[in-house]
Design a protein around this ligand. Sequence first.
Ligand SMILES: CCCCCCCCCCCC(=O)SCCNC(=O)CCNC(=O)[C@H](O)C(C)(C)COP(=O)(O)OP(=O)(O)OC[C@H]1O[C@@H](n2cnc3c(N)ncnc32)[C@H](O)[C@@H]1OP(=O)(O)O
Length: 154
Amino acid sequence: MMKGIQDYYPDHFGQCYGCGRLNEHGYQLKTAWDGEETLTRFTPSAYHTAIPGSVYGGLLASLIDCHGTGSAALALAKEKGIQLEGFNAPRCVTGSLQVSYKKPTPIDSTLEIRGIIKEVKGKKVVVEIRLLSKGEVCVTGEVIAIQVPDDFGK
Ligand SMILES: CCCCCCCCCCCC(=O)SCCNC(=O)CCNC(=O)[C@H](O)C(C)(C)COP(=O)(O)OP(=O)(O)OC[C@H]1O[C@@H](n2cnc3c(N)ncnc32)[C@H](O)[C@@H]1OP(=O)(O)O
């Protein structure tokens, strides 16, 4: 599996249901750069169904949520020139999450969640997100992520 920004969060940040590397019941998302965009992949299971053949919208929102905060952390690391090693990643939480469902999301394919960094201003990062299934954009969204201090959540 590819390495993501989440692999550089310390243990107390590793329990997140969406992206915590230490949460055995969670999605364990990995968010990484793919050129100028950020990318996360997720393969839904049959039990993630909403309407037959389509992925449950709440799951899709949470994928956008965690991909957004991961993307924001990557953007802050880049902006500050931080070389990722050990557990030194900047960490962000969700301030706001906006989701727009454009068409039903086919469940029988690996999903791609792609982020574009729209703004970095101090500790605030705005990320525009597209979620694709079978190469088609099914959901779009925007996450405003806010950097938190290293001891946040301890
Ligand atoms: C170990 C832990 C687990 C962490 C788990 C691992 C990480 C993955 C996270 C996964 C995603 C989640 O589910 S996170 C969980 C859901 N989210 C939360 O519980 C967050 C709860 N909210 C908070 O703790 C706080 O409100 C913060 C940290 C978001 C912001 O507080 P703050 O740091 O005092 O922010 P503040 O200085 O006032 O504002 C800085 C800039 O951000 C903007 N801003 C502030 N809040 C918001 C907001 N809600 N929506 C839009 N924008 C906002 C302000 O306008 C300002 O912009 P400007 O004037 O400079 O332009």
